[in-house]
Design a protein around this ligand. Structure first.
Ligand code: ZN
Length: 184
């Protein structure tokens, strides 16, 4: 089911999510909803608190980031190692049409429970990611901790970027239906 995506400055985006202890039907259903919603909005990644859910769960479009086929659903992802630095343009489903250049580690190792979409079970795993894959994973882990991509900008730049973005959104009086470009 496609869920409504919360748009900044919705307070729930600042909500830190809670570790999933029991991988039950509710969690599986949310995982499938995250995939449906990400597909509908053509995002590269999505986190549960972006659709108003408190579970520590996120999904990534592997094909969209050219890391294979299908979708990666991770429960309780934790960053255990990072290295290097890379600057690239980044967007977010909760900030339609906002893109900023951000510095992120170029390599990361993440530990998580990965959903096996065939058996529908969560399996403990460790993921090594570089480039865009590392960027998307770190963007989603930030979301799950209530951190937004704009938080990585220097404070003055952040204020300027947000002011321009909000004016732009208002002046268009636009209802956000569907992103026409890929966003995380
Ligand atoms: Zn995002």
């Amino acid at each position: 089911m496609v869920r409504k995506i919360l748009i900044y400055p919705d307070k729930f985006l600042r909500q830190k999510t809670i570790e999933i202890k029991e991988f039950n039907f509710e969690v599986l259903q949310l995982a499938l909803d995250l995939i449906d919603t990400m597909r509908a909005y053509e995002g590269l990644g999505i986190s549960a608190n972006q659709v108003g859910e408190i579970h520590r769960l996120c999904a990534i479009d592997l094909e969209g980031i050219k890391e294979g086929k299908g979708y990666l659903v991770l429960a309780n992802p934790i960053l255990i190692y990072k290295e290097g630095s890379e600057i690239d343009e980044e967007g977010c489903l909760s900030f339609p049409e906002l893109y900023v250049k951000l510095e992120r580690p170029s390599f990361a190792i993440i530990r998580a429970h990965k959903l096996n979409l065939k058996t529908r079970e969560f399996e403990e795993t460790e993921i090594q990611a570089k480039g865009l894959f590392a960027r998307v994973l770190l963007h989603e882990i930030d979301h799950l901790n209530g951190i937004l991509f704009i938080d990585h900008l220097p404070i003055e730049k952040r204020a300027k970027v947000l002011k321009e973005w909000m004016e732009n959104i208002k002046s268009k009086q636009k209802v956000y239906e569907k992103a026409n470009v890929k966003t995380i």
